[in-house]
Design a protein around this ligand. Structure first.
Ligand code: ADP
Ligand code: MG
Length: 267
């Protein structure tokens, strides 16, 4: 059965989508079969893989809101072994539509039961909020991948995220754990960036993933070409850092190190 990861942080711009695309591509390059799910109405993940959101006829909306099977919405990408359930414009209204639907927090989890058992990983890119779409992503996941941007307000809001996770864990998904924290947009020339990393490492010594992801302009250019960073510029620092991080994450998850530890204890 696949390992289901949700990339979550209610802050926007911290690197969720960049992490989802590049970790997923790197895992596929390691030989794993990976399904990416774009749960964000902004569809940055979908467009970052070269698929215009307007062209999507069957996507995650059809799965989560209309209850269609996940396989009906799965499509290939330019990366071998990497498939996508895309976002679409229809998803924009789904926070409201979901409210009155049965099993509103479990709809993605329910859909994943119909998944192809040959998949090794499912990676869910959550929107920048703690609304019902993110709740669906987190409830469907076994482990969370939490990107944190190496900047001053990074830790602000982390407490809220961890509190929400502990509530979801208690009420809806008791087996939820943290797969790891991804430190993004690290600029080693800035003392502040080192301070943020030290603080996160002090609070979450077992969860911080290495290497740190550098601030790298190639990572921000690649999506506008519809490509993962490794297909845009294979030797750029961003692509090689994500490849190394994905290999470490893969080893960690397969050896069971990323266990379901209490997430609220460190806050
Ligand atoms: P989120 O999904 O959390 O909103 P994104 O992954 O979309 O965040 O990243 C926000 C912006 O920052 C995007 O324009 C992205 O290309 C850019 N970005 C993300 N990570 C990096 C990085 N390590 N270096 C440079 N730019 C980055
Ligand atoms: Mg995003």
């Amino acid at each position: 059965m696949p390992i289901v990861l949700a990339v979550a942080n209610q802050k926007g711009g911290v690197g969720k989508t960049t992490t989802a695309i590049n970790v997923a591509t790197s895992l596929a390059d390691l030989g794993r079969r990976v399904l990416l799910i774009d749960l964000d109405p902004q569809a940055n993940l979908t467009s970052g893989l070269g698929i215009p959101r307007r062209s999507v006829t069957t996507g995650v909306y059809d799965v989560v809101v209309l209850g269609r099977p996940i396989e009906a919405a799965r499509m290939p990408t330019l990366v071998e072994r990497l498939t996508l359930v895309p976002s679409s414009i229809a998803l924009a209204g789904s926070e409201i539509e979901l409210v009155s639907l049965p099993r509103r927090e479990h709809r993605l989890a329910d859909a994943l039961r119909g998944l192809d058992p040959r998949d090794d990983y499912v990676i869910i890119d959550c929107p920048p909020s703690l609304g019902l779409l993110t709740v669906n992503g987190v409830v469907a996941a076994q482990r969370l991948l939490v990107p944190i941007q190496c900047e001053f307000f990074a830790l602000e809001g982390l407490g809220l995220l961890l509190h929400t996770i502990s509530l979801l864990r208690r009420e809806l998904n008791p087996d939820l754990g943290i797969a790891g924290i991804v430190m993004t947009q690290f600029d080693g020339r800035l003392a502040l960036a080192h301070e943020v990393v030290d603080e996160v490492a002090r609070r979450f010594p077992d969860q911080i993933l290495r290497p740190l992801i550098p601030r790298n302009v190639r990572l921000s250019e690649a999506p506008s070409h519809g490509l993962p960073a490794s297909r845009y510029d294979a030797s750029c620092r961003g692509a090689t850092a994500y490849a190394a991080l994905a290999a470490a994450l893969d080893a960690r998850l397969r050896s069971g190190i990323a266990a379901a530890e209490p997430v609220e204890s460190s806050v």
